[in-house]
Write a new protein. Structure first.
Length: 319
């Protein structure tokens, strides 16, 4: 009897340490992981992985769905992903999934709001932004093409780069979509035929860092921070290498590290790196794409913030 009891304990421990992963299941590790600079990413086959930077360990979370993009919600109880033109929400607790959008053209990026209510989907420069309201099970469509977007820390605004045409050439204007004011679009810094402005990251709840850039003979990039309430503008210094100027930085919760992907033309593969903002060094991690930090289950308060997830910890985030 004792032997059978010990065997049962051993088997139970093995199931905890070496969990299985089927096509429609997500490993519970994503809920149990401590904040050890873990991040998720997609491999070349579209499988979703969880990687611990401190432990250098890699485990598969979702297999066989051919994912193109994804995002976990702030409550850590579901993941939305793009696959074959469909946007699907997978419930991590009930192991069920729901297709909320189907199209021949896939969303280029999806991102949950910090409060986990809204899911924004970007369909590219010639497409549009749609916002899914999970509370009302409805969609909000913004007609303009967009280059990028980032959720505000309080989830009430979406900073977007709206594509506009000037004399036959496309430019980008940084604007806000105000969800609590009938989805009004408010222009922050307007682009022109000479330059574009795009949201870069939220510095605080009211301050948005914007990248102003031009290409061609007058190529340059500069950063501005604008207060969305009073409209004041000043110069900003994100202290990041030039390679990040064309993409929204994926900061870790403490802004020590930046996750990014880079295509290796020699090996013809996309690789994931981590940049250390303190010592200005780069480290190759693995092959993969769409890396995103796990940052919503803080064990200890970060810089005096509450130990639960705080929108300010999102950094980049498109949350």
């Amino acid at each position: 009897m004792k032997k059978h009891f010990l065997l049962l304990i051993i088997i139970s421990l093995m199931l905890i340490i070496f969990p299985s992963c089927s096509k429609k299941e997500i490993d519970s590790n994503v809920n149990q992981s401590k904040l050890d600079y873990s991040f998720t990413y997609l491999d070349d086959s579209g499988n979703l992985h969880l990687y611990s930077y401190k432990k250098s360990s890699d485990s598969m979370l979702l297999k066989g769905e051919n994912l193109e993009n994804y995002d976990f919600n702030a409550n850590n109880n579901c993941v939305a992903y793009v696959s074959n033109g469909n946007i699907v929400i997978q419930d991590l607790q009930n192991k069920t999934n729901k297709t909320i959008y189907s199209s021949k053209s896939s969303a280029k990026k999806i991102s949950w709001s910090p409060d986990g209510r809204y899911l924004a989907a970007n369909f590219g420069l010639t497409g549009y932004v749609q916002i899914y309201d999970s509370k009302n099970d409805s969609w909000i469509k913004i007609e303009n093409g967009t280059s990028s977007f980032i959720w505000s820390p309080d989830s009430s605004k979406l900073a977007v780069g709206l594509v506009q045409n000037y004399s036959g050439n496309n430019s980008v204007t940084t604007s806000l979509i105000l969800l609590n004011k009938e989805n009004t679009i408010k222009t922050l810094i307007k682009g022109s035929e000479d330059f574009c402005t795009e949201p870069f990251y939220w510095e605080s709840e009211n301050n948005l860092v914007i990248r102003k850039s031009a290409s061609g003979a007058k190529e340059y990039s500069k950063y501005l921070v604008t207060n969305i309430n009073d409209g004041s503008i000043s110069e900003a210094n994100p202290n990041l290498p030039d390679k990040f100027c064309n993409e929204i930085p994926e900061f870790s919760y403490d802004r020590k590290y930046v996750l990014y992907e880079s295509y290796d033309y020699n090996e013809k593969s996309t690789k994931i790196y981590i940049y250390n903002t303190e010592d200005k060094t780069y480290k190759y991690i693995c092959q993969g794409k769409v890396p995103k930090w796990i940052k919503w289950f803080l064990e200890e308060p970060a810089q005096g913030r509450n130990s639960r997830y705080s929108p300010l910890d999102a950094g980049n985030n498109g949350w």
